[in-house]
Design a protein around this ligand. Sequence first.
Ligand code: IPM
Ligand code: MN
Length: 356
Amino acid sequence: MSNNDILRVAVVGGDGTGPEVTAEAVKVFKAVAALEGIRYELKDFDLGGERFLRTGEILPEDVVNELATFKAILLGAVGHPDVAPGVLEKGLLLALRFRFDQYINLRPVKLFPGVETPLAGKGPGDIDFVVVRENTEDMYAGVGGWLKKGTPDEVATQTAIYTRKGCERCIRWAFEFTRKRNQKKQLTLVAKTNVLTYGHDLWWRTFQEVAKEYSDIKADYNHVDACCMWMVKNPEYYDVIVTTNMFGDIITDLAGILQGGMGVAAGGNINPDPGGVSMFEPMGGSAPKYTGMNVINPIAAIAAAGMLLEQSGYPQAGQRVMKAVQSVTGTKMKSQAAGKMGHGTKEIGDLVCEAL
Ligand code: IPM
Ligand code: MN
């Protein structure tokens, strides 16, 4: 992408504290865009539990069509105490991932300076890896059903779907990413080939085949249960992990807490194809009890904006944001927990802008 392009970003603040953290991410985005000479257009979209309760709409077709014209979506949080679990997750978040075929879920796991990890004796030099999670298949595909629902003979199925195309494009992207990252040059496939002998055999065979094209990358393998152990015991072992959707969901929460928790962890839902629409989000939820109090941590949302820039063709701007974030966590913040940061939400946004 050349710098003559206009980077068009759809902003979905969402529910609870989502709009507050997103406002700080937008503040930082605008500041770095000015410094780097990036031309952009931002547009707000009203989506989430509030809109659903008001209008009964979750993701209207005309909104999807309009979102399709943007390069990226910056998402705050969706989730509302008055909306049943699953409704917004499936109807909005997963719907967007699937509709825009965002087949990579990118979760950088980096312990920023000054951030506390629950792991004794580990510091920023030890916790710095990336999880590449497949984002469109597996048990998330929504294949399954009930038989004799509500009776003592009830049967429920929830089928894990894996396709050659789906795992190959994810694995290939992960190899490319590992090469570009240029650190240990090690890609670890995390799966469960000893039990899931069909689906994860497909992943295994595909991984071995694609690995042949990347002789500069060490192709490594961990069972998912062992990975959970190693991630806690020796996080420094990992460089890049590639994994299935369901396992990726689970291990990235474990990884997220190692890097300081939901206040700092960010994720990208990426469609790497030309013209693809990607979506970036802080990993934390809408934390409704903190809404409007200026106490929630915006670092994860700001990091999501940094990732958005990095993945949208502005790596220098993205890295500039990540450096500024680390200088703020390292020198200005007392804690990453809501209400204990030593500053308010808005002030953290201002500090990151100053550090740019
Ligand atoms: C995540 C979340 C989602 C997921 C939920 C909210 C549907 O946990 O992004 O990891 O399971 O993918
Ligand atoms: Mn999750």
